[in-house]
Ligand binder design. Structure first.
Ligand code: EPZ
Length: 422
């Protein structure tokens, strides 16, 4: 397993180009198998999760050609014959569960392994399954697999209200309904840009979806969906991560290029309260810090609210704020595994239920810390770049799932990060 050795403190100065979005790419890849001809996807990042999903899709007999140097994926589903997504692949990446909706849409049946945990355990998929049943899909659980089928070529549809709103369940239900449901309404649907991009691609393929960008989606089945060319969105979470990383140091001057600022929702509003200069100009975002940041408490919400995927990064920044702040996660109540690791670096964070209280400003001193999940890991890298001395971040395979060329990008902007084989 690889680790990072980071020398700090270093400001971030210079330019970083934002990669394609991991969380937007995965649904586009799933949608591609619904077509009756090949689809070409651009701005696809070279990430572990993309390679994993390529292999999941290949199991069905679909041809997947990843032209890595061009960040281009060509997916040809014309020989798709096998309607299964096996446990040994699905367990590596939860979003493989999108194969349930895609295979029901494509073939009218699917046998897909449950992602980690059970249908109703941590990171449940109960909303996916109840929504499918409401649509008229037969759902059985068999030895850790969901076995889905429909009677005939189509289902009546109907409607289903997501409570809570769920990005994954919205995606899965849209994928299943696009070719199979006479009329299906999803209420309290997720409005994340990832969902909007998926719906726009499906409409380009020939789907009939009303209410795109709102919390009520109405889908009416299309007989044929054709393969298309589609460009992925830039990664809004990578963008927010680097904005926060720049604010960690009082002498940063970082320009992010290839951004899609409108996908950041209300995040810039919170960011401006830090007292850091933020200039948004088309697809370019410039962050110029001048001294310590203000303490700014935040609460995560569904889009366009403060994203849960930036919660750990924000709490890490608050260790450098002059004063106390609180970060509350209303989406995931247990997404605080980074806290004990930050405290090892000298931070002062206390977790109570789904809220962390940060006592700033604390000076961070380098130490060895352990990555536990994707966003916690990048927070430890950010802390290492702000800490005095040497920080070792272990198990950085978590990072390779969701941040393309992370150390190259940060080193080109003044960081000192070395990747070492463990
Ligand atoms: C997507 O996960 C993202 N993953 C997550 O990003 C992100 O944190 C999350 O949306 C919220 O924005 C991908 O896009 C691949 P949800 P998803 O279903 O779809 C509960 C990252 O770091 N729920 O919107 O799995 C669930 O427990 C990842 O890139 C149910 O109760 O999230 C959570 O509390 C991490 N039953 C809430 O809904 C269900 O059937 C939101 O989850 C489904 C979800």
């Amino acid at each position: 397993m690889d680790k990072f050795i980071i020398e700090g403190p270093t400001p971030l100065q210079g330019e970083i180009a934002i990669s394609g979005s991991k969380n937007a790419a995965l649904p586009l890849m799933a949608a591609s198998i619904l077509g009756d001809s090949p689809s070409t996807l651009d701005l696809i990042p070279k990430l572990r999760d993309i390679y994993t999903f390529n292999n999941v899709i290949r199991v069905t007999g679909t041809k997947v050609d990843f032209q890595e140097d061009e960040n281009r994926l060509v997916i040809d589903p014309t020989n798709l014959s096998h309607t299964e997504a096996p446990y040994d692949l699905v367990r590596k990446m939860r979003a493989s569960f999108y194969m349930l909706g895609a295979l029901i849409g494509k073939m009218g049946k699917a046998r897909v392994s449950l992602p980690g945990g059970c249908a109703w355990g941590p990171r449940p998929v109960d909303l996916h399954l109840k929504g499918m049943e409401a649509m008229g899909v037969d759902i059985d659980l068999d030895g850790g697999y969901v076995v889905a089928s429909i009677d005939g070529e189509e289902v009546e549809g109907g409607e289903y209200t997501l409570d809570p709103s769920s990005v994954g369940a919205t995606i899965n239900l849209v994928l299943a309904a696009a070719k199979r449901a006479k009329k299906f309404i999803i209420r309290n649907a997720a409005k994340e840009p990832d969902v909007v991009l998926l719906c726009n691609m499906l409409v380009k393929m020939g789907a009939d979806i009303q209410g795109i960008g709102t919390d009520t989606l109405t889908i009416r089945k299309a007989e044929i969906l054709k393969g298309v060319e589609m460009s992925n969105d830039p990664d809004r979470i990578e963008t927010g991560t680097f904005m926060i990383a720049a604010a960690m140091h009082p002498e940063s001057d970082l320009t992010l290029t290839g951004c899609k600022p409108e996908d950041l929702g209300t995040f810039p509003k919170h960011f401006k309260k830090l007292g850091v200069d933020l200039t948004i100009n088309g697809s370019t975002i410039r962050i110029q810090s001048k001294n310590s940041v203000n303490p700014v408490s935040v609460k995560t919400e569904i889009y366009p609210g403060f994203p849960t995927d930036l919660q750990a990064q924000w709490a890490t920044l608050m260790t450098q704020a002059d004063g106390e702040s609180k970060v509350t996660d209303t989406i995931y109540f247990d997404r605080f595994s980074y806290v004990p690791e930050l405290n090892r670096l000298g931070a002062d964070l206390k977790v109570e239920k789904n809220r962390v209280t940060i006592n700033g400003k604390t000076e961070l001193t380098g130490a060895s810390v352990m990555s536990t999940d994707l966003r916690a890991s990048v927070s430890l890298v950010m802390a290492g770049m702000a800490a005095k001395g040497t920080t070792e971040v272990l198990r950085i395979y978590h990072l390779d799932r969701g941040y393309e060329n992370l150390e190259d990008k940060l080193n080109a902007a003044g960081a000192s990060i070395k990747r070492v084989q463990e």
